[in-house]
Design a protein around this ligand. Structure first.
Ligand SMILES: Cc1cc2nc3c(=O)[nH]c(=O)nc-3n(C[C@H](O)[C@H](O)[C@H](O)COP(=O)(O)OP(=O)(O)OC[C@H]3O[C@@H](n4cnc5c(N)ncnc54)[C@H](O)[C@@H]3O)c2cc1C
Length: 444
């Protein structure tokens, strides 16, 4: 009889693990707590009063041309090749009074926020960081020390600190240089892999299509997919109890792809020291607004991403216009309407997690009007909020020493997830690469 494997979590990690175990002939059951597959990369529908609803990714997603693992996964799910749309994107920079173009090298040279000497030092910093090959040694170096040494205080205060604050909040102060290094490495991945020019792309139909294709492919491999079933407890003998009381198993192997805190809660039979270690890994969360507009946010600029320089008064940390990236005329469901994401990366105790959707909408709409005066609240057709308290592990100093092991003290119970990815920058490619590597080891 083939080995019975339960995979907990139907995000990209869980889907890839289910695929690899099923391809290796195992009898796989995948259990996902939410009503649909995809996890952070799932799709959702924003209802628009009096109009067709808009279905797209719950969180904004782009794929780089160099994201070989993401592209391979999408192709396996039937969304590869010509079903992938490649786009040259534009970027903006809000300096507190207006949005400047930041797409080309010339835009960068013209940017008034930075003096010329700081621009030269930024170019030198990025070039240097792109050539550093060993990120491990940066894990114990405070990010500020490294960046100030490479680029000086002015550059740090005017550019790096606001960018770090936007993604990591106050935790940037305990963060390591490895985070910025990994971000720069990702941007340079194209050159390393021989691609002349990096491009951004998305699967046609977004992740809704990818997830539907992945479900079909997994079912064809014989995987039993169960959504809307939250796992409540996993025993030392690998019985899996679901919320509602049903118990499955015992399985021969259980692979958890949940965050370390959730895994610790699901596994009460772990050693206390193991549970303490899992619970100690700090994560950043997100409150992400998705706004459907009556058309493009700013028809003149069409920026996909607008960075916000140190605007702590704004309630979100960037402006991401998906409809400047997706062809809003051609892509089914957009119908020429605008789709703008307003992410607020924040710790789990941030006040925005406790606010209702209308309060988040009002705060975010006021902020958006400040950045893009062409936006008025009357242009907002619909708004929906995603709240996730644990999105990515904070790259705090010495994170490498806290990375959880794949094997636990419970035989046949294993952990595979984002917290184990060294130097990750929250992207699907790293997630899938690690899932492949971990499954390869487990199946060897
Ligand atoms: C705002 C945002 C923007 C992003 N942008 C990009 C981008 O542009 N490009 C890119 O490549 N990547 C991007 N990412 C990252 C990408 O989405 C993630 O790297 C990837 O989806 C993580 O997958 P995962 O399976 O490891 O985790 P998750 O997706 O979190 O999967 C874990 C799953 O476990 C389930 N679960 C939890 N508890 C239980 C339980 N008790 N029982 C059963 N199931 C449970 C959850 O519901 C979830 O589905 C972005 C992410 C976010 C949040």
């Amino acid at each position: 009889m083939s080995e019975r494997v339960a995979i907990i979590g139907g995000g990209l990690t869980g889907l890839q693990c289910a695929r690899r175990f099923a391809e290796a002939g195992r009898d796989v059951t995948l259990l996902e707590g939410r009503s649909a597959l995809g996890g952070l990369a799932d799709a959702w529908t924003v209802g628009v009063p009096g109009q067709e609803a808009l279905t797209w990714d719950r969180h904004y997603h782009v794929t780089l041309l160099s994201d070989a693992h993401t592209r391979a996964f999408c192709a396996w799910a039937g969304s590869g090749g010509s079903a992938f749309r490649w786009v040259k994107t534009r970027t903006g920079f809000f300096d507190g009074s207006m949005v400047h173009d930041l797409t080309s090298g010339l835009d960068f040279l013209k940017l008034p926020a930075l003096p010329l000497h700081a621009k030269a030092r930024l170019a030198a910093t990025i070039l240097y960081a792109s050539r550093v090959t060993d990120g491990d040694r940066l894990e114990n170096l405070p990010v500020r020390d490294w960046l100030v040494k490479l680029g000086g205080v002015t550059l740090f205060e005017k550019l790096w600190r606001p960018l770090l604050q936007a993604k990591l909040g106050d935790a940037w102060q305990e963060s390591s240089a490895a985070f910025i290094w990994a971000t720069i490495q990702r941007l340079y991945a194209a050159r390393r892999s021989g691609i002349k020019e990096e491009m951004f792309g998305h699967p046609a139909g977004g992740y809704a299509e990818v997830m539907a294709g992945a479900a079909r492919a997994l079912e064809a491999l014989g995987v039993e997919l169960r959504t809307g079933v939250a796992v409540e407890r996993i025993s030392a003998r690998r019985d899996v109890r679901l919320a509602g009381g049903e118990t499955l198993g015992p399985f021969d192997r259980v692979v958890l792809t949940t965050t370390p805190k959730v895994s610790a809660a699901l596994l009460p039979d772990l050693l206390e020291e193991e549970r303490r270690k899992l619970r100690s890994i700090a994560f950043q969360g997100i409150v992400c607004g998705a706004a459907v507009l009556d058309g493009p946010l700013d028809p003149k600029r069409r920026n996909y991403l607008t960075y916000l320089a140190g605007e702590e008064s704004l309630p979100f940390t960037a402006v991401v216009e998906m409809s400047a990236f997706v062809d809003a005329q051609a892509e089914a469901g957009f119908g020429g309407r605008g789709l703008v994401y307003l992410p607020r990366y924040a710790p789990a105790d941030d006040a925005f997690f406790g606010m209702d959707d209308a309060a988040v909408r009002d705060a975010f709409a006021a902020g958006l009007a400040e950045v893009y005066p062409s936006f008025t609240p009357q242009r907002l057709l619909a708004f929906r909020v995603s709240r996730v308290r644990e999105v990515f592990p904070l790259p705090t100093l010495g994170h490498g020493e806290r990375v959880p092991a794949v094997e636990t003290s419970l035989p046949g119970v294993q952990l595979v997830g984002a917290a184990q990815v060294r130097h990750a920058t929250l992207n699907a490619n790293d997630t899938l690469r690690w899932a492949d590597e971990a499954c390869g080891r487990l199946l060897a």
